[in-house]
Design a protein around this ligand. Structure first.
Ligand code: KG4
Ligand code: ZN
Length: 336
C-alpha cells in the first residue's frame, strides 16, 4: 500500500510517500523558517502564500524520490486540522484536486494524530494501546491512544503550549525564532539549578498542564535584570527553563500513566526533539519499568511522513473524505 501524505498546517510544506504504513519511501520538507524569523514568529498570510507556491514542487519531488507516479498510489492523505486556517486550506484543496484527478481516496488526518504516528515510523514494534505525551508549538496533550484511529485526551494545557513557552522565553533571552532549539543548545553548558522557576498549580483535572505562569516568570526576571543593568547567564536560564518544562511534562505524564494503568508510554511533537524532555521522560519510564518510545529527531518537527503513516491507518479503518472536506483551525482529538 502506497500513501501520499501532505502537510501544510503551519510553516512547513511537506509531502511523503509511505509504504505499508511504516516505511518511508520519500520525505520532502520545504521550510519557511528563515522568512518568518524576520518577524519573530509565523505570519499566517505569508505561510499560506509560500505553501501555494511550493506544494506542487514538493509533492512532485516526493513522488519522484519514491520512484512512483500518482497512479501507483492507494490514497492521498492530508492534514485538515488543526492549524493556521489559510495554510491548511492550501493543502486540503491541493489534495482534493489530486484525489479528483487520480480517482484515489482522499484521507483526512488530524495533525496531532500525525505527530503520534511518528512513533510507528521509528518503532516497528509499537502498537496501541499506550499513553502519549504530545508537546509542540501549538499543543500540549496527554492522550490515550486506544487504537490506531481512536484517541482520548486526558490532559491538556490550559493556556500556552510547551513549545510556545520555549519560544517566548527564548525570544526574551534574545534567541532567534523558533527559539526552542537554541534553548536546548544553550542548556548544554548551563546549570539547571541556577534559577528556581515556578511549577504550575492547576485546579480541576489533575492531568491538565499550564505554562503561562512559567513563561511570565522568565520574561519578568529578564526585564527586571535589564532594568537594573544586571546580566543573566543565558546558558543557566536555558538549563533551568528546560529542566522545569521537562519536569512538568514528565510529572503529569507519569501521574496519568499511574492513574490509568499504562505501562507503555510515547512522546511526540516538535518539543520531543528537546534533549532535556527526552532524557527526563526516558529516565522516569525506566525507573518505573515502563516501556518508552520516542520518534527519531528528524521526525519530531512537522513532516509529510507522519501524515502518510496516520493516513494509511485511517484508510484501513475506512476513514476517507469526499470533496466537501474542509480545513478546521481548532479541532480536539476527542471529536475525530
Ligand atoms: O510540532 P511542531 O514542529 O509544530 C507544531 O505543530 O506546533 O513544533 C514546533 C515547536 C516549536 O515551538 C519549537 O521551538 C519546538 O517545537 N522545538 C523545540 C526543539 N525543537 C523544536 N523545543 C525545545 N527544544 C528543541 N530541541
Ligand atoms: Zn506539529
Amino acid at each position: 500500500m502506497l500513501i501520499l501524505g501532505i502537510e501544510s498546517s503551519c510553516d512547513e510544506t511537506a509531502a511523503s510517500v509511505i509504504e505499508d504504513c511504516r516505511t518511508i519511501r520519500s520525505s520532502v520538507i520545504s521550510t519557511q523558517i528563515e522568512e518568518h524569523r524576520k518577524y519573530g514568529g509565523v505570519v499566517p498570510e505569508i505561510a499560506s502564500r509560500r505553501h501555494c507556491e511550493n506544494i506542487l514542487g514538493v509533492t512532485r519531488k516526493a513522488l519522484a524520490d519514491a520512484d512512483i507516479e500518482l497512479a501507483d498510489l492507494d490514497g492521498i492523505a492530508v492534514t485538515y486540522a488543526p492549524g493556521l486556517i489559510g495554510a491548511l486550506l492550501v493543502g486540503v484543496n491541493f489534495a482534493k484536486g489530486l484525489a479528483l484527478a487520480s480517482g484515489k481516496p482522499l484521507i483526512p488526518v488530524h495533525h496531532i494524530a500525525g505527530h503520534i504516528a511518528t512513533n510507528y515510523l521509528s518503532h516497528p514494534d509499537l502498537e496501541p494501546p499506550y499513553l502519549c505525551l504530545v508537546a509542540s508549538g501549538g499543543h500540549s496533550h496527554i492522550i490515550e491512544v486506544l487504537s490506531y484511529t481512536k484517541f482520548r485526551v486526558v490532559g491538556r494545557t490550559r493556556d500556552d503550549a510547551a513549545g510556545e513557552c520555549f519560544d517566548k522565553c527564548a525570544r526574551a533571552m534574545g534567541f532567534p525564532y523558533p527559539g526552542g532549539v537554541h534553548v536546548d543548545k544553550a542548556a548544554q553548558s548551563g546549570d539547571a539549578k541556577a534559577f528556581k522557576l515556578p511549577h504550575p498549580a492547576v485546579a480541576g483535572n489533575e492531568f491538565d498542564l499550564s505554562f503561562s505562569g512559567l513563561k511570565t516568570a522568565v520574561i519578568n526576571m529578564l526585564h527586571h535584570a535589564e532594568q537594573k543593568g544586571e546580566d543573566i547567564d543565558r546558558n543557566d536560564l536555558s538549563a533551568s527553563l528546560q529542566a522545569t518544562i521537562a519536569e512538568i511534562l514528565t510529572g503529569k505524564t507519569m501521574l496519568a500513566a499511574e492513574a490509568l494503568g499504562y505501562k507503555k508510554i510515547a512522546l511526540a511533537g516538535g518539543v520531543s526533539a528537546n534533549s532535556g524532555v527526552r532524557a527526563a521522560m526516558s529516565e522516569a519510564c525506566a525507573k518505573r519499568g515502563y516501556s518508552f518510545y520516542m520518534p527519531e529527531k528528524s521526525l519530531c518537527g512537522d513532516n509529510g511522513a507522519m501524515i502518510g503513516c496516520q493516513g494509511s491507518y485511517n484508510l484501513m479503518a475506512g476513514i476517507t473524505a469526499d470533496e466537501s472536506l474542509n480545513a478546521i483551525a481548532t479541532l480536539s482529538m476527542d471529536e475525530i
